[in-house]
Design a protein around this ligand. Structure first.
Ligand code: DC
Length: 213
């Protein structure tokens, strides 16, 4: 079984993917982490995330250990990830790893769940079930602000909202594998749902798809 979960930042993809992976015994890959690891290495090297040559070089030499680096979740790294992810050669360099994970789940698992931006459209177009998790920009910015503010009280909501809009625009408008729902994805707007409701609806959809498979 392959479950594909896509959607914009802070829509609740990660929480949902983790719960689904535990409930259905699926191995979980957070594909955003791959792009974040590339973005962080580019920043750490003092380079510009828009520099396609450097970003490609980093993506081609990414090591599993890079996914364990500290600080991958900070907002500056999210922005850098969004920038490097617009480079076609970076996406190409990371694609095989993701496809391979989906095709060969680690031993003991019944399948995989991947979350990202292009799982249903590019990485796993034949996935058993595709979900597109979204929420209004304001709701997502408030969720992200709450997380960031808990760790750093100097964080400003207006800035988080601006960053969110900028990242959405870049992820949706890039030429290669832009953020968009696959035609056969179930779109779940989580603006007015709690995580339990999102989980129940997602699970019901996956069950309906796996019965048909
Ligand atoms: O899901 P996230 O916030 O960790 O992702 C960080 C950035 O990585 C996101 O802004 C766009 C990029 N990304 C992508 O282009 N394709 C994916 N499958 C996952 C993430």
């Amino acid at each position: 079984m392959i479950v594909a979960i896509d959607g914009p930042a802070a829509a609740g993809k990660g929480t949902l993917a983790r719960r689904i992976s535990e409930h259905l015994n699926l191995a979980y890959l957070d594909t955003g982490l791959l792009y974040r690891a590339v973005g962080k290495k580019v920043l750490d090297a003092g380079a510009d995330p828009d520099d396609a040559v450097i970003a490609e070089q980093v993506a081609r030499t990414l090591q599993p250990g890079d996914l364990q680096a500290d600080g991958l979740r900070v907002d500056a790294v999210g922005q850098a990830a969004s920038r490097v992810s617009a480079v076609a050669a970076v996406r190409a360099a990371l694609l095989d790893f993701q496809k391979d994970f989906a095709a060969n789940p680690p031993a003991g698992f019944s399948g995989v769940v991947l979350d990202g931006r292009d799982i249903g459209t590019v990485v796993c177009p034949a996935a058993t079930a595709k979900l597109f998790i979204t929420a209004s920009t304001e709701v997502r910015a408030k969720r992200r602000f709450k997380e960031l503010h808990a760790a750093d009280s100097t964080v400003i909501y207006a800035r988080v909202l601006e960053d969110m809009k900028e990242r959405d625009a870049r992820d949706q408008s890039r030429a290669v594998a832009p953020l968009e729902p696959a035609q056969d994805a179930k779109i779940l707007d989580t603006s007015a749902l709690d995580s339990e409701q999102v989980f129940d609806q997602a699970l019901a959809f996956i069950a309906s798809k796996s019965q048909k498979a």
